[in-house]
Ligand binder design. Sequence first.
Ligand SMILES: C[S@@+](CC[C@H](N)C(=O)[O-])C[C@H]1O[C@@H](n2cnc3c(N)ncnc32)[C@H](O)[C@@H]1O
Length: 570
Amino acid sequence: TEPVRDGPGNVDRGVVSGSNDPSSQEEDENQGQSQGQDINCNTSSQNSEQSSSPTPSQKTTATPSPSVKTDCIAPDCVACRAEQAGNTKQGPQRWKYHRAFINKETGYGLIAKEFIPAGSIIYADQLVHLTEREEGKYSTGNGDVDALLEAKVTAMGSDWKTAHLSMPKPNDHKEPGTGPYTSIWNRYHIPVTWNGVSGGILGLNLSFTNHSCFPNASLTLVNKYRSDSGRRYKKPRLAGAVVRSFTDIHKGQEITISYFYAKGEVEYRRLYALDLLGFRCSCRCCLYPKAEVEDALGTYYRLEHVLNNPRLITKKPAAAYQAACCITDKLTDCGIADTRLALIWAKCALIAGYHSDIARIRCFLLMILKLTEVLQGPTGHLFHRAIKWFECMPAMPGFGISSRGLSVMKQADVFLEHRTEAQPYLFMVGAEKGEYVRVGRYLRVPDEERAKHGHRFEVVPDTVPVPASKKRRRKKKNLKTEKESEKCIDPEKDFLSLWLGVVNSFVDQYAVKQEYTASKGKSRMSSPSRNQQCSNGTCSGCGGGGQLLQVVYSGCLCEEEGGVEADGGG
Ligand SMILES: C[S@@+](CC[C@H](N)C(=O)[O-])C[C@H]1O[C@@H](n2cnc3c(N)ncnc32)[C@H](O)[C@@H]1O
């Protein structure tokens, strides 16, 4: 599980999501009612709201007063002001949500005020961004971080600052060692890793958008490459955040995003959130676990390790694909089709690339593009990356190290044409674990014979047996070529560096470190050589720490075509 680089989200139109289900909607609305959610704004209650909003410590203990339960808590609620001015039905600002009390563990959140169809932009926020490095540098005295935050907030403009300061403040900002800005920051910021740098972000709407392990919206961070005067920045800056719905959100439902890619069963997720973010997750998915979702997220957690196992990827590719198929089937069956799914496909595309299987790469990349286009839009990190790979597959990390799956672009057509039926062939479901069934070995069965076969495809066996003597000679030749290539590079080792570095550039630095620590010393292949130390202080791969695992074949991730660094994503 990892903190979000680029908002999660999803959309596979063929899938019925939990929130699309009318019965679940009814359930959601009932739930909202029973928890005291009411989306009616009431400006007259605004003055009392600030004082009656719970502090972090109260969140877990105090039950909110009825007035807090039923009223819009936002003193600066634009929807209320607009309503007062009588212009809700016109103009560019038609607010789709209210702030409202969710439950005592979670505090406040955003509740849809009207139906929000899948694919809508719910809001775009300007952000204050504070990196861990900045925080560390300024935290020499208690007031310093507060002063830094004040400067950042002031730079956002007076309206933004006023709205920011009017947010309900925890503990009346009297916690020792905090000023007004730090106390607001501590309560409302969301931790992200953006362009390889860890830190936090805070936006006026984002501040009230809660996490869910089964979210209905996705967060995408957007880069800015030029200043307002047109001067090009040396490094891209964080311009803002866009939150999109990736499934229909009904009136009364909470708008949620993922702060991390949740996996594992409920207890694991809750503990993980506590460890990583400091709260026990109380999303609907964790408070009211459903067997099907638990099974899917549990399988995801257990089997994802297979996809990160270098030995399996190189020696037993069918096993890796089968694991991927099992995870994706379970996730989509219960309606989870978000970035988590795209990440699994990205790993599959990399495995295919390793084995020179262009046809499979094409299929997996197209699946990623279709999904992430809706989830993240063209500024999304994963979308951008998939486009780049699509344009130049040999530039994919580890491409062509093995040629077991050699295939060409055109061969993907057969899979793409019969997408659902081709699924088992794409993921080599019937194959022996160590086998690599080439795409070209599947033949389309003519329609008239389909009934006889029961399916559209047939695996064509290798028809021409290779004579024993030739076999031996070929083996020797292969050994020689392998030895020769080892002289130039160590394919396995280099691939692993690439693999782990790039795959994990999509995910958390945190998880990478853990994985590295876990596998350290156990596998010859997974130990990068000592001289592969990253020296780039802002490397997206190692987060500036120079961890060995993040080093890629030709240098650091940050040197790689500027891609990971420049294409957004938190
Ligand atoms: C961006 S703020 C959201 C606003 C927050 N609910 C409030 O009332 O202050 C993030 C904080 O909300 C709380 N939160 C968000 N999602 C949560 C969840 N799924 N379970 C429990 N607490 C959550 C955590 O305290 C987190 O630090």
